[in-house]
Ligand binder design. Structure first.
Ligand SMILES: [Zn+2]
Length: 364
């Protein structure tokens, strides 16, 4: 294992052969296979996928360990017992969370109101990603969402999952991607079925992408960036998806409750990370699934120190943060930061780093 975070962010550990073989054959034939059979095949295969040694699912701690090593080295370099560093989140928040939805078709559109209702109950807002040319988006849908305080994002031009198949295809689609994002006022992209290619993401030309799970062995592109923090591909902010997708949890793994979500969310909170939730209105149809979503939101609402924000706000914060630094490293000096966009007062951007009993502590 290497100490370079990019090795994980760019998924350089993935064998090239993974995009071929049985998995590729299955996804090439998928449109011809009846839906019930598809689900059966994925369920059979899922048990094997869940046991992949790396990245471990649902929790892969390697990138977090690297971050701890970086912080430990910082303390050593400054010969400090306590050091001012840039906080992960504004306003002394301990962790951040965002709610996102990918709309797969007309059934999803028809269910938007019911999902919004659950979020309203908790005072939450969310981001909605639409596919541009696969289905009709009725007039008034975007207005309904923006009136509710929500964000609109792009979930591909088509859900055929071919965007990253070749350079030619990618370059041919880029102008359309830019045109739709500008027309929709969208600042974020979520690739269909989380297909992705780290080296090309910055060319999307938007504020952020959210197509990289931290760890997800169940998608057509298995793997993940291993990070529970945002990071950047050039100027583009990547907001990793850090909880299992609803379809994976309920349809493939056939979970009856949300223990997997809660266990992972607790781990992220303990480690000051980003809980980035992805659910689909197309699959949150039964009362039972809506109740599961409601339970997750109730859990998040009960946590102390959570920053609930839209993905675009989190991306803006992270971009400003990655361009800032704390000046004045000692606590007794006037620690302050520069270039912090969305946070005021600036002192809210500073966290205190120390080491106790061999454990790295970050306090806000
Ligand atoms: Zn999708």
């Amino acid at each position: 294992m290497t100490l370079d975070p990019d090795y994980y962010h760019y998924e350089r550990y993935r064998p090239q052969a993974e995009s071929g073989g049985a998995l590729a054959a299955y996804y090439a034939l998928k449109p011809l296979i009846p839906r019930a059979l598809q689900l059966g095949a994925r369920r059979l295969y899922a048990h094997r996928q869940a046991r992949r040694p790396f990245p471990a699912w649902p929790i892969e701690p390697i990138a977090l360990e690297l971050e701890r090593q970086r912080l430990r080295a910082l303390l050593l370099r400054h010969r400090a017992r306590r050091l001012a560093i840039l906080a992960y989140w504004p306003d002394r928040k301990r962790f951040a969370f965002a709610l996102t939805h990918d709309v797969e078709g007309p059934a999803g559109i028809a269910n938007i109101e019911r999902v919004l209702e659950v979020e309203r109950k908790h005072g939450f807002i969310s981001a909605w990603n639409f596919v541009a040319e696969d289905y009709e988006i009725p007039a008034g849908v975007f207005e309904l969402l923006s009136d509710a305080g929500c964000e609109i994002g792009l979930h591909g031009i088509s859900h055929d999952c071919k965007l990253f198949q070749s350079r030619r295809r990618f370059e041919a689609q880029l102008p359309l991607i830019h045109a739709y994002m500008s027309e929709w006022g969208a600042s974020g992209f979520r690739s269909p079925a989380t297909h992705r290619r780290a080296e090309w993401m910055h060319e999307l030309g938007c504020l952020y992408d959210s197509s990289f799970p931290d760890s997800d062995p169940f998608e057509p592109h298995p793997g993940g960036c291993c990070s529970i923090f945002p990071f950047t591909f050039g100027d583009l902010v990547e907001l990793p998806i850090t909880l299992a997708q609803d379809h994976t949890l309920f349809a493939i793994l056939r979970a009856r409750g949300i223990e997997v979500w809660l266990r992972k969310a607790q781990w992220i909170i303990q480690n000051n990370g980003l809980i980035n939730v992805i659910t689909h209105p197309d699959y949150l149809v039964s009362q039972q699934r809506l109740a599961c979503y409601d339970e997750l939101l109730g859990f998040l609402a009960d946590q102390e120190g959570g920053w609930h924000a839209l993905p675009r706000e989190i991306a803006l914060w992270w971009r400003a943060r990655s361009r800032s630094e704390v000046l004045g490293a000692q606590p007794q000096a006037d620690a302050w930061s520069q270039g912090c966009g969305p946070c005021a007062p600036l002192s809210g951007c500073v966290a205190w780093l120390s080491e106790r009993d061999g454990k790295i502590i970050v306090e806000t």
